[in-house]
Design a protein around this ligand. Structure first.
Ligand code: KG4
Ligand code: ZN
Length: 344
């Protein structure tokens, strides 16, 4: 059994966790930066990097004391090395390198997306490769076939905005503040999804990808009309996202080799109506369904520690001169989607 220290700092959560190769989460500590970014309605990179630098070391200390172990018990240090906001990524990666060097233990440079992609295996020991994964977060919306550790086939991605980004923008338009996903979901509970007609971009299209920019513009127009209730706009928007995700996943399931398991990960996986739609889809296709617990869906360090543990177990460690990668696709061989698409 090995103990991995996980470090996450790629966006607006600073986090440290201690995870074992046999799936024990010994400790996880997390500090959000919502208050710092709220006045700006989104994450400000410079503010984020400074906030990570101010708090990361004490979070690692908290995690160690929660686990009741000393740094010397750590077998490897796993830090997010991208993709994400470069300043924040550097803070976590440099800290990870310093600890690895001081302890003379291996460094594992983790792709943040691999953290999300493997997090369902931390939550569910029965989830085996390969599986079909919807990875939907603030920066990404992809359908992946997860073949194994370090082995991903991207079946679809967004040609413009990510699903979480669309939630955040809708929240901003409705004056709900940041971060938007949970706030839109809550408001949508009291709204009528039929009350506001909104488009389903790329639904039914021959290409496999997602698009959410047109939906966001339609939300802006609906709001400007001044005749719709905010809760109806929120409900209609959320339903449109559910429909788009469903349509694109159905296409992926129809067009690729069957896999026994449907899995969702990333911050948007915290959304209850999306989880319900996926659960029903899995049932319809005779697939098992796994969604990690809510706290493991949004950014955290346990998933980075776990991805580190999976890589460590496969002998994948990195050199101390590993450079941070603000852009870092999981499937480097995937053809470019229309538009620019692949956001970091
Ligand atoms: O994975 P994550 O924590 O950070 C990134 O790597 O991007 O995802 C954050 C995204 C945000 O866009 C947030 O609005 C969205 O996930 N999100 C949600 C919900 N909770 C978080 N979107 C919809 N419904 C939610 N309940
Ligand atoms: Zn994330």
């Amino acid at each position: 059994m090995s103990i991995i220290l996980g470090i996450e700092s790629s966006c607006d959560e600073t986090a440290a966790a201690l995870v074992t190769s046999d799936r024990q989460i010994m400790a996880h500590a997390l500090a959000g930066q919502e208050a710092a970014h709220a006045p700006f309605g989104g994450v400000v990179p410079e503010i984020a990097a400074r906030a990570h630098a101010e708090i990361l070391t004490s979070l690692i200390g908290n995690a160690l004391s929660e686990a009741g172990i000393s740094l010397n018990s750590v077998d490897a240090v796993a830090a997010t090395a991208g993709p994400g906001l470069i300043g924040g990524v550097m803070v976590g990666l440099v800290t990870g390198k310093a600890l690895a060097m001081a302890l003379d233990k291996p460094l594992i440079a983790v792709n943040h997306l691999e953290g999300h992609a493997l997090s369902p295996r931390l939550a569910n020991p029965e989830l085996e490769f390969p599986y079909l994964l919807l990875l939907a977060s603030g920066g990404h919306c992809q359908i992946l076939r997860v073949e194994g550790v370090n082995d991903y086939r991207r079946l679809a991605t967004t040609i413009d905005d990510a699903a979480g980004e669309a939630f955040d923008k809708t929240a901003k338009i409705l004056g709900l503040g940041y971060p938007g996903g949970p706030k839109v979901e809550t408001l949508a509970q009291t709204g009528d999804p039929q009350a506001v007609p909104l488009p389903r971009p790329l639904k039914g299209s021959a290409e496999p990808h997602f698009s959410f920019a047109g939906l966001k513009s339609a939300v802006v127009r609906a709001h400007e009309e001044g005749i719709h209730k905010d809760e109806d706009i929120a409900a209609a928007f959320q339903q449109a996202v559910v429909d788009c995700l469903e349509d694109r996943l159905e296409k992926a399931i129809a067009e690729h080799d069957p896999v026994p398991h449907l899995v969702v990960a990333g911050g948007v996986a915290a959304n209850q109506p999306i989880r319900e739609m996926l659960e029903q889809m899995a049932e319809k296709h005779g697939m098992k369904f796994t969604a990690p617990p809510l706290w493991l869906c949004t950014d955290n360090a346990a998933m980075i520690g776990w991805a580190g543990a999976e890589r460590f177990a496969t002998g994948l460690t990195d050199s101390l001169d590993f450079a941070a990668r603000p852009r870092w696709p999981l499937d480097p061989d995937a053809a470019k989607a229309r538009g620019a698409g692949v956001k970091a």
